[in-house]
Design a protein around this ligand. Structure first.
Ligand code: SF4
Length: 184
């Protein structure tokens, strides 16, 4: 049905910040997303994003590439089928990555992980639209892109992968979920 492969890379934060982070561009792009201002893991932030990156010296990247079979690629899907299939595949894989990152945080004192996408910890939705603080600030993590990182460029140049976009009614050849660990 589909296969999953893992890919890793390690880069210094100074090099990464210089070549792959563009805070004004990516944070402006976030404004077009419905998560903007509605999920605490997403912008706008009440902290200095550049200063956040600069607290760390090393970035470990971990990507999960989910490749669909020819049989799955040949099919046509309704929007509901597409959504439900992707939820079934991507949500557990994202949870696996998140668990793995939590374990790595324990291995590296002072490290902070970067999640693959926005926070989905609360089943009933985020507390932010209700004007309430994050319910789980200890486990909530920001994504690379929400901190201005260019994920497409990151996986292309550092991991030899590329992003694919979904077209209506079809699955892409593959999906890539990317997370990371910032180490002081
Ligand atoms: S943990 Fe819950 S309240 Fe906090 S950012 Fe995630 S969804 Fe929102």
């Amino acid at each position: 049905m589909y296969t999953i492969s893992r890919h890793e890379a390690t880069v210094s934060v100074s090099q990464y910040f210089e070549n792959y982070v563009d805070i004004p561009t990516f944070l402006a792009a976030c404004q077009a997303c419905p998560n903007y201002g509605n999920i605490w893991s997403c912008p706008p932030y009440d902290f200095d994003v550049e200063a956040f990156w600069k607290r760390f010296s090393t970035l470990q990247l971990l990507a999960s590439k989910i490749t669909f079979s020819e049989e799955m690629l040949a099919k046509t899907y309704s929007p509901e089928e597409q959504r439900s299939l992707l939820n079934k595949i991507l949500v557990p894989e994202k949870a696996d990555l998140s668990n793995e990152m939590t374990e790595r945080e324990k291995e590296y004192p002072g490290s902070v992980s970067l999640s693959a996408g926005s926070c989905g910890n609360c089943e009933g939705g985020c507390s932010r639209p209700h004007g309430q603080p994050c319910r789980f600030p200890q486990t909530m993590r920001h994504s690379i892109e929400s901190l201005g990182g260019n994920v497409g460029l990151t996986i292309e140049k550092l991991m030899g992968l590329h992003l694919e976009w979904m077209e209506e009614g079809r699955l892409p050849h593959h999906f890539v979920l990317v997370c990371g660990l910032l180490i002081p």
